[in-house]
Ligand binder design. Structure first.
Ligand code: FES
Length: 298
């Protein structure tokens, strides 16, 4: 199958590793340089405010605009009418704006990946960077009075590379699971289920318990006991090993932050809130069930 051929090809490209090392340092360093606003900006670019990754939303802009531009260019080549020239120039420009925003969001998401998803991700990102450069040169030729035929050929070449890059983007999500909610398929109890002896909870400490096969994060403060999913929605990190700051837990893997009582995501890269559980005490046992108002679909 084509995806196996592509995967094997990318696995053989060892030069991607040092390139990925440098790029991840550049992306992480750029946000770090901005201090606290940089952290907020990174969370914004992940799409935490949207409850959904921002990158796939933005990718529709260049794909749509440049698809229409192909038709406008084709019409120009057939009719040689100036109307098609202006229409193509505008759509190429709109596509460029969307592609640049999409690249920033994409590289931001990718900066928190490792191993195979990092390798496929950097190939996806580099191909799309080439696409942006081709369209940029094409646009400059168009508005600068250069060869329109060359500008069109560059745009068509860019579009073909764009499709290849989109294939890798699909492989990242559907093949590797990058950006997929990591507790979407967990069995979440909808009836009260025993998870822990109450005496094993310590005030102000995070405790991992099991509801069947599903890990649950418990947190006790005074008389209140809170419970949310222990598996980080971003990439499956163990929140019970995270750092607690007030009632906010920070994931040990990529520093997403969640409210331990509501499950709400407070900082990216995660974009999806944790499952929230209702808690009750019964005969010295802590029991939980999925809260009716949790945002999770399952
Ligand atoms: S696994 Fe990535 S932030 Fe938790």
């Amino acid at each position: 199958m084509l995806n196996h051929v592509v995967d094997r090809f990318i696995d053989r490209q060892r030069w991607l590793e040092p390139v990925a090392d440098v790029l991840q340092k550049v992306v992480a360093g750029s946000y770090k340089l901005l201090g606290s606003p940089g952290r907020s900006l990174k969370t914004f670019m992940h799409g935490t405010w949207l409850g959904h990754p921002l990158h796939p939303v933005l990718t529709d802009i260049p794909i749509g605009a440049w698809t229409i531009a192909i038709l406008f260019d084709l019409s120009y080549l057939i009719e040689r009418s100036h109307g098609w020239v202006s229409a193509a120039d505008v759509t190429i420009f709109v596509g460029l704006l969307g592609a640049i925003a999409s690249a920033v969001a994409g590289y931001t998401d990718w900066s928190d990946t490792f191993d195979r998803e990092r390798r496929v991700g950097v190939a996806h990102g580099l191909l799309n960077t080439v696409v942006i450069l081709l369209y940029l040169v094409s646009f400059i030729l168009r508005v600068g009075g250069g060869s329109r035929v060359l500008a069109i050929l560059l745009a068509y070449a860019g579009y073909l590379i764009l499709l290849t890059a989109a294939f890798l983007g699909g492989d990242l999500v559907f093949g590797i699971g990058t950006g997929v909610n990591h507790h979407a398929w967990q069995e979440v109890p909808t009836k009260f289920t025993k998870v822990l002896l109450e005496g094993r909870l310590t005030d102000g400490m995070l405790v991992k318990a099991m509801a069947g096969d599903t890990p649950v994060l418990l947190y006790k403060k005074g008389e209140t006991v809170c419970a949310i999913s222990e598996t980080c929605s971003h990439a499956g990190g163990p929140l019970s090993e995270g750092e607690l700051d007030g009632h906010i837990v920070q994931c040990p893997w990529h520093a997403s932050r969640f409210d331990v009582c509501t499950g709400q995501v407070k900082g990216g890269p995660a974009t999806i809130s944790q499952v929230r559980y209702e808690v009750r005490r019964q005969n010295g046992q802590i029991e939980v069930r999925r809260s009716a108002d949790t945002l999770q679909p399952n």
